[in-house]
Ligand binder design. Structure first.
Ligand SMILES: Cc1cc2nc3c(=O)[nH]c(=O)nc-3n(C[C@H](O)[C@H](O)[C@H](O)COP(=O)(O)OP(=O)(O)OC[C@H]3O[C@@H](n4cnc5c(N)ncnc54)[C@H](O)[C@@H]3O)c2cc1C
Length: 449
């Protein structure tokens, strides 16, 4: 175990010993099974990176360079542990426009040292206002009135991903690397086969491969369930400055709701969520998506319709909302041997609480701490550390997944009497924001090597 431990830790000494250099002057670790001589922005084909049997050996492989994968890689790096991230796409994902991060997400971004640069780019949202479809204000809330420590900002996904990736050496993320198959060996190592033919033998595999995760399938997880709702999304662009106050605007109709929130001084994120018995065919044509979105809310406040109109085509998308409930005793555990799931790959949840990415960030830092303890001391074993991660995170993510689903069902009601009671009694008189945001409490200390 001691050998494994030392081989997994990146040495943080500012002046590495000469024996740690290879002939090209690049650092490699004693006891490491390989050294990295090439930037990993392209599929690896250089034979120098392969062992005699043609299998590339790695210590920790993270599959998926989304929020979960990159946050995990950055967290590990903060503790001096290097990893290789495999991403199927040719570059970081640019779609998905924006997502709202609550204080739990910011606590993690603080802990891994990237929050400040993001704060300078995205507006802090002060509160929220709820309206009916005719534009009548039903209730408004100020976040800090409810909780002084609350922090809410909508961030552009691409900038979040870029910021995380910039914390890593360029060779740490290997693009065009789609996992096709995974297989555990008797010695506990895992063979990963990519669609480009590359084969990797990894001691630890962290599956951050999102809702369609092939690793989750291999571990016995079922497909995520369709919630009965879909969402159009976009990012309105105002080159001369957007006109909105720094608050989230929600509009609740019958079986239909919309929201919009300023992201920055020029960009405003919007969504429209609607009921649909089936997911329907995949549509990517932005003008058709805009047309469909506008038809749904044709009589709603004009600012929403304008936002749709001024959204650049590349920001428009339609998504089916899915989740997976992690039933105890029925659903597999978060880890199997030395393979573990993080983020949507493990617990896809509907976006009704704005917690999917926040929880992926929480997962990343929790897993990193458990793994680092195991790697540094040898106790507990890696398998036990991964099990402990799953046990710590399950009571957090399982109820949140259910709650997000139920909130979505309540907000998507289409019965006119129920909607009238919701808009005239429940929202104006009964709803309190504080208890509704208690799930955003999550503390974590900065990661230090
Ligand atoms: C409409 C909507 C709104 C949302 N709003 C919010 C919000 O406001 N706040 C919030 O916190 N969350 C929100 N979420 C949830 C959030 O987007 C997800 O929880 C988050 O993106 C999960 O990150 P991830 O890294 O786990 O997965 P992903 O972002 O899906 O990343 C997975 C990565 O793995 C890669 N990959 C997949 N398969 C393979 C393979 N075989 N080989 C190699 N790579 C692979 C993918 O290309 C991708 O880069 C929203 C979700 C939706 C659908």
């Amino acid at each position: 175990m001691a050998t494994t431990t030392s081989s997994l830790l990146r040495l943080n000494s500012p002046m590495p010993r000469p024996s740690l250099y290879n002939s090209q002057g690049r650092v490699f670790l004693q006891n490491r099974s390989k050294f990295r001589a090439q930037p990993r922005t392209k599929p690896i084909c250089a034979s120098s990176l392969k062992t005699e049997s043609g299998v590339q050996k790695e210590d920790i492989v993270i599959v998926g360079a989304g929020i979960a994968g990159l946050a995990t890689a950055v967290s590990l790096k903060r503790l001096g542990i290097e990893s290789l991230v495999l991403e199927q796409a040719e570059s970081l994902r640019t779609t998905g426009t924006s997502l709202t991060l609550f204080k739990n997400g910011w606590r993690v971004l603080d802990a891994i040292g990237v929050a400040e640069s993001l704060r300078t780019q995205f507006l802090e949202i002060q509160g929220m206002v709820v309206k009916s479809e005719d534009g009548r204000e039903l209730h408004s809330f100020t976040f800090k009135d409810e909780d002084q420590t609350q922090e809410v900002r909508a961030v552009e996904r691409k900038i979040l991903l870029d910021t995380l990736a910039n914390q890593l050496p360029s060779e740490a993320v290997q693009f065009s690397s789609k996992l096709a198959n995974i297989e555990s060996r008797d010695n506990g190592e895992n063979l990963l086969e990519l669609t480009n033919g590359t084969r990797l033998l990894a001691k630890i595999v962290i599956g951050c491969d999102g809702i369609g995760s092939p690793i989750a399938k291999w571990m016995g997880f079922s497909e995520p369930n369709y919630s009965g709702h879909c969402a159009y999304r976009g990012l309105g662009f105002y080159p001369n400055g957007q006109p909105f106050a720094q608050r989230v605007n929600y509009i609740y109709g019958r079986g239909l709701r919309a929201g919009y929130v300023p992201v920055s001084h020029t960009k405003v994120y919007w969504f429209i969520c609607y009921n649909s018995p089936s997911a329907g065919p995949k549509i990517t044509d932005p003008s058709l998506l805009k047309k469909q979105a506008k038809e749904l809310v044709s009589n709603w406040p004009a600012e929403l319709l304008e936002l749709i109109d001024i959204s650049p085509d590349e920001t428009i998308s339609r998504t089916t909302l899915v989740d997976r409930w992690l039933w105890p005793g029925v659903t597999p555990q978060a880890s199997r041997g030395k393979v573990v799931l993080v983020g949507d790959a493990w617990h896809p949840m509907t976006p009704n609480l704005g917690q999917g990415a926040c929880c992926a960030l929480e997962d990343a830092i929790t897993l990193t701490r458990k793994l680092a303890d195991s790697l540094k001391s040898g106790t507990p074993s890696i398998e036990d550390a991964l099990t402990a991660y799953g046990e710590e995170r399950w009571p957090r993510v399982f109820p949140l997944t259910i709650r997000a689903n139920l909130v979505g069902s309540l907000l998507q009601w289409d019965n006119p009497l129920v909607c009238s009671a919701r808009n005239n009694v429940v929202i104006p008189k009964l709803v309190r924001l504080g208890p509704m945001l208690e799930h955003t409490n999550f503390e974590c200390e900065p990661l230090k090597a």
